[in-house]
Design a protein around this ligand. Structure first.
Ligand SMILES: C[S@@+](CC[C@H](N)C(=O)[O-])C[C@H]1O[C@@H](n2cnc3c(N)ncnc32)[C@H](O)[C@@H]1O
Length: 219
């Protein structure tokens, strides 16, 4: 089994205004967000990011953690499942010259609007069926993405990550540790379809055969 490890420990913490997001969100807003189109990335805040732009301050502090943990170097290969506009991949490629990066995302909008230097390396695909042969990558990373699938499909996506990875993977998913966190998570959530307690997730990883590492997104 993989282990619980916060490889995003150096990702900057943003202040989230929970009340504002809860108050301004309806089922219709959720439906729009779940299309992962322009509205989700660059539309109104109630449908998603409210502007999804590149800032080095987000992923650049995280890359050295990845680099050290997996010994990433020239020639290492990394797949990002749910890569959005490729910002994390951009920083990996910038800070680790010669690394081989690939990204997939279900959003045609995100892929079409990917950061310029990553355009050749990102493509539209579903986490449910990764368009790569078995054992293709040294590391597969998926941040806040697989929980957007229903439970059964989420298990299938984890098996796909397992299949294309040569042994190392890391995911983060929406989770809670107690009732207070659970309430906050459901209030915060816009797109996730599978939200569980950390213990349920760990049991789920075992059931579906996911042996990579993991950590939690807890708002
Ligand atoms: C919360 S965003 C995270 C983006 C990026 N990983 C990050 O951390 O900045 C979730 C991403 O998952 C993508 N996504 C949702 N469902 C997906 C699926 N079934 N297969 C691939 N990507 C998916 C969305 O389009 C979106 O880019």
């Amino acid at each position: 089994m993989g282990k619980e490890i916060d490889l995003l420990v150096n990702y900057p913490k943003t202040k989230r205004n929970l009340d504002e997001r809860v108050a301004s969100k309806t089922e219709a807003d959720r439906a729009i967000a779940r299309q992962f189109g322009r509205d989700f990335f660059d539309g109104d805040r109630r449908h998603g990011y409210g502007g999804f732009n590149y800032f080095p301050r987000f992923w650049q502090p995280v890359i050295p953690t990845f680099q050290e943990y997996w010994g990433l170097q020239k020639g290492s290969s990394v797949l990002d499942v749910g890569c959005g506009k490729g910002f994390m991949l951009h920083d990996l490629a910038e800070l680790i010259p010669g690394i081989v990066v690939k990204g997939i995302d279900i959003s045609q909008y995100a892929i079409e609007n990917a950061i310029d230097d990553m355009k050749p390396y990102v493509q539209v695909a579903n986490a449910l069926k990764l368009p790569f042969p078995d054992d293709s990558f040294d590391v597969v990373i998926s941040i806040n993405t697989v929980h957007n699938l229903e439970r059964k499909e989420c298990g299938q996506a984890l098996q796909e990550i397992e299949r294309v990875s040569r042994g190392n993977s890391f995911i983060t998913v929406d989770a809670y540790r107690n009732d207070e966190e659970k309430e906050r998570m459901y209030a915060w959530n816009l797109t996730a379809k599978t939200i569980m307690s950390v213990d349920e997730w760990i049991g789920f990883f075992k059931d579906v055969g996911y042996t990579g590492d993991y950590f939690w997104f807890i708002p």
